[in-house]
Design a protein around this ligand. Structure first.
Ligand code: TRP
Ligand code: SF4
Length: 323
């Protein structure tokens, strides 16, 4: 029997090419070897931004369109909103009894989020419980494997502890989920920092070709290479990182020509934009076919299947607990 993957994202709008190479491509590859469930963590958005509730629906639809354009197949990989499967709330409540407040307050990812937002002393009960809700997300579908970035590992650890605690108390119901670190290192943003929409350094999956080229023109390069003819250091250059991903066949050539000075940055960036656009072309083509009704159908079907699985697990939970 195939193992089950549970993965998810918070719907915060259109995705960038870092999400594509860091997560989505991995999901697409895994969908043939695992049973995949893809969760849209819309309640999780409320943990840090309750005032943005009204944007969640639009952002969810944009995100689903990006998922589909990346090649996720809704038949193999049901996609569903957490808020449409109320068992997430039920299991979250039960799980909240199995983890101490101190344990949750030690979570480095939650702490960092609070620090970034400047709300360390103002954290809501729900925000501190972020990993408990995530544990419910994973275990409601008996996820064996959770493909995530490094920052999510503390949450997976909480889910494992909760599963173990439940099983010890009431009998074996849940697998202990394993985090699977995404292979491809994070693609940096145009300024070399972590790529994030909020930092204004991201290329979006939906950016049109001219926009991709215009953004790449602003990318940071080797600061010692000021003009064509100057020898450059591709290993210090962001554009070269993109060549390594999107222009694999010419990587060596680019590296040599950068070093020798034969290649100038303007030309190099233009070539990089062309390659990235070529890479994104099939995604754009798929995206053009995705109408509102396609998204509605994907969610309706995904949510029906998710509710069915969730109901099975909840029946086992109630039977194990005897309540
Ligand atoms: N915390 C995840 C993130 O910020 C999103 C998420 C919510 C998730 N529930 C999940 C990821 C369950 C994997 C499994 O990216
Ligand atoms: Fe970077 Fe290309 Fe310029 Fe070399 S030539 S520094 S790889 S942009």
């Amino acid at each position: 029997m195939k193992k089950r993957i549970l993965s998810g994202m918070r719907p915060t709008g259109r995705l960038h090419i870092g999400n594509l190479v860091g997560a989505l491509e991995n999901w697409v590859q895994l969908q043939d070897f695992y049973n995949n469930y893809h969760l849209i963590a819309d309640w999780h958005v409320l943990t840090t931004a309750p005032e943005s509730a009204r944007e969640i629906t639009t952002n969810t639809r944009e995100m689903v369109a990006d998922w589909l354009s990346a090649g996720l197949d809704p038949v193999k990989s049901p996609m569903f909103r957490q808020s449409r499967v109320s068992a997430h709330a039920e299991l979250h409540l039960i799980f909240s009894m199995f983890v101490t407040l101190n344990r949750l307050l030690r979570n480095p990812t939650v702490k960092e989020q609070a620090r970034d937002l400047g709300i360390e002393d103002l954290m809501s009960y729900g925000h501190i419980g972020y990993p408990v809700l995530q544990a419910a997300d994973i275990l409601l579908y008996k996820g064996d494997v959770v493909p995530v970035g490094e920052d999510q590992m503390p949450h997976i650890e909480v889910a494992r502890e909760i599963a173990r605690r439940f099983n010890n108390l009431y009998g074996e119901v849940f697998p202990e989920p394993e985090g699977m670190l995404t292979k491809y290192a994070r693609l940096p943003g145009l300024d070399g920092k972590r790529m994030a929409k909020s930092l204004n350094n991201a290329i979006l999956m939906t950016d049109p070709p001219e926009e991709v080229a215009a953004k790449l023109k602003t990318a940071f390069t080797d600061p010692q290479k000021l003009r064509r003819g100057d020898p450059g250091h591709p290993e210090m250059c962001l554009v070269f990182t993109y060549h390594q991903k999107f222009n694999q066949s010419e990587t060596e050539q680019v590296s040599n020509d950068c070093r020798s000075g034969a290649l100038g940055c303007v030309q190099c960036k233009k070539r990089c934009a062309d390659c990235l656009n070529l890479y994104l072309a099939p995604l754009r083509e798929r995206r053009a076919q995705i109408t509102d009704s396609v998204i509605d159908d994907v969610l309706t079907d995904g949510e029906r299947r998710a509710c069915e699985e969730a109901a099975k697990t909840m029946a086992q939970v109630r039977a194990a607990m005897g309540i």
